[in-house]
Design a protein around this ligand. Structure first.
Ligand code: CA
Length: 89
């Protein structure tokens, strides 16, 4: 296969890690809109109820407890931060 035909795929692969890193810069921001808000908590709730799937970067953003799993603990930490009962993640 010629390099010229592979170039678009190589450029896409090179850009993916940057996009994933940028999207997960704000802990809790699993919607990737740059804001941690109730929309993020609702997405995690839907995930926990089996009503939504999360990508790798979304899972990383949602893992506020840092244990590598998304659980009710992460959802409760989100709700606590959003209602002001604890500091923002
Ligand atoms: Ca968000």
């Amino acid at each position: 296969m010629k390099f010229r035909t592979m170039l678009p795929a190589l450029l896409l692969l090179a850009a993916l890690p940057i996009a994933c890193t940028d999207a997960a810069k704000i802990p809790g921001d699993c919607t990737g809109d740059g804001i941690f808000d109730q929309g993020d908590a609702q997405l995690v709730k839907s995930y926990l109820l089996g009503q939504a799937e999360l990508s790798a970067w979304q899972l990383a953003a949602a893992d506020l407890s840092g244990d590598g799993n998304i659980s009710i603990t992460d959802y409760l930490q989100m709700q606590s931060a959003l209602t002001g009962r604890t500091s923002a993640p």
